[in-house]
Design a protein around this ligand. Structure first.
Ligand code: ARG
Length: 460
């Protein structure tokens, strides 16, 4: 005999291959807790609406508590014959409590049930993700504070551009992650809406009380159209897009960590526990963790593409295509959570090498813009001063020294406006300190931003 709850109208059971092809129990088990939560509230609402007896409700509550315990202990046997998590749990309930278990599905469909489960699950995961983002931010803030006055070359086109504070550089990522956290919070608002009550697609003839169900499940809003409720997965696409951006931000930071750790830069060291050696080259210490973060960002972006493709041609309302929402969504959450966890820890294991950073600044004529600004302040038009400094850089390059190594009379050869006070301007520290405005790289501003962010994180 066929195990399916819908087998009455069929003459033959599905083939083994079809069973495997259409079944989702292999991956949707993880929704079990939220499936039970939704069922318990649905049952309670049905009882309050006079559809389900007090005895049935009590039996359902007892049966579900047992099932949850079986799931927690790992003793529940999931069956592919029962297709998905919803039918597995319902069958187990019916085995335990009889007819009351069969009445649970009154006024409900798996279509609104699964849409509700995913939203309940995802809203919880978003809360976890936001906490983890904040932890990465906290780790970056500690490192930024300790390096408020550490000079490093800032790059454009990966060519030395101007000196920046290493702390300021790290704070750029704190800003990105701050917007990521906002995006997640915003996405959670649209995720936290209740499809339950939409039934298969058209609603139900039973006197359901959706406001009550939503209140008990903690949904902020109720999906206002039954067709929309069961069929759209835009919240999942939105979530995966927000997750992709987080991964992209961390991928960019990873790329920098990898460069900075390369002996050609030698700006930082990453703690051994995040690196691996080579099986052939004894000297190697490879930054595997940041490399994998960079690689896994592609995986998450792939899930975004997959999910949005999944939606593009589906007619209303529910189609089985939607079952394909789960694996990309689950893998996105898993990858993101693992990445954020490991990242916070990794940032706390970074050793900074300020001498190497400073040496790189001095090699790159990074204070040339400061010299140009200096001449402008003495009255030279910017374009003329740009030209004078370019000549000075060319001269220093040929002489194999930095601008700050050129004697005063040589510098004066490029502009008579240059005076002894020029040497303060030519130091990396002077360059940093001179950019003392909101959003600038001066150590004072870095400390201000660290304090501002700590205050913001405390409030969240
Ligand atoms: N396992 C299905 C899913 O993940 C549940 C909903 C199935 N509904 C249906 N009518 N086949 O989407």
């Amino acid at each position: 005999t066929n195990n399916k709850t819908w087998s009455g109208r069929f003459n033959e059971p599905v083939s083994e291959l079809v069973k495997q092809y259409t079944g989702s129990i292999g991956f949707d088990q993880r929704l079990a807790r939220w499936d039970i939560q939704g069922s318990l509230v649905h049952a309670q609402m049905l009882h309050e609406a006079g559809v389900l007896s007090a005895q049935d409700l009590a039996d359902i509550q007892r049966g579900m508590a047992e099932i949850q315990a079986e799931i927690d202990s790992g003793s529940l046997q999931w069956s592919l014959d029962l297709e998905d998590v919803h039918m597995n749990i319902e069958r187990r309930l019916t085995d335990k409590i009889g007819d009351a278990g069969k009445r649970l599905h009154t006024g409900r469909s798996r279509n609104d049930q699964v849409a509700t489960d995913i939203r309940l699950w995802l809203r919880d995961e978003i809360a976890v993700i936001r906490t983890l983002i904040q932890d990465v931010q906290a780790a970056l803030l500690d490192l930024a504070e300790a390096n408020a006055a550490t000079v490093m070359p800032g790059f454009t086109h990966l060519q030395v551009a101007q000196p920046v504070s290493f702390g300021h550089h790290l704070l750029a990522y704190v800003e990105m992650l701050g917007r990521d956290s906002e995006r997640m919070a915003d996405c959670r608002r649209r995720t936290n809406r209740m499809p339950l009550g939409a039934a298969a697609l058209a609603g139900t003839t039973f006197p359901i009380r959706r406001e009550r169900t939503a209140e008990l499940l903690g949904f902020e809003q109720i999906c206002q159209n039954s067709l929309d409720a069961v069929s759209d997965r835009d919240f999942a696409v939105e979530f995966t897009a927000a997750a992709s951006l987080i991964m992209v931000h961390l991928s960019r930071l990873s790329e920098e960590l990898i460069l900075w750790m390369s002996p050609r830069f030698g700006f930082i060291d990453i703690a051994d526990r995040f690196c691996t050696g080579s099986s052939i080259m004894p000297q190697k210490k490879n930054p595997d963790v940041p490399e994998l973060v960079r690689g896994k960002s592609g995986r998450v972006i792939g899930h975004l593409t997959g999910l949005i493709m999944l939606m593009k041609s589906q007619p209303l309302a529910y189609n089985k295509d939607n079952q394909e929402d789960k694996e990309p969504l689950f893998d996105t959450v898993d990858t993101l959570i693992d990445t954020l966890r490991i990242y916070a820890d990794m940032m706390r294991g970074i050793t900074v090498k300020p001498e190497a950073m400073r040496a790189a600044v001095l090699q790159g004529f990074a204070t040339a813009t400061d010299l140009a600004d200096y001449l402008v302040k003495k009255g030279l038009p910017f374009r003329d001063s740009h030209e004078a400094v370019a000549q000075a850089v060319r001269h220093a390059e040929q002489a194999g020294c930095g601008l700050e190594d050129l004697p005063l009379d040589v510098l004066q050869g490029f502009s008579a406006l240059i005076d002894n006070d020029v040497y303060q301007v030519l130091t990396p520290e002077g360059s940093l300190n001179a950019r003392n405005h909101l959003g600038g790289t001066a150590p004072e501003q870095v400390k201000f931003q660290v304090a501002r962010w700590r205050g913001l994180l405390e409030k969240q």
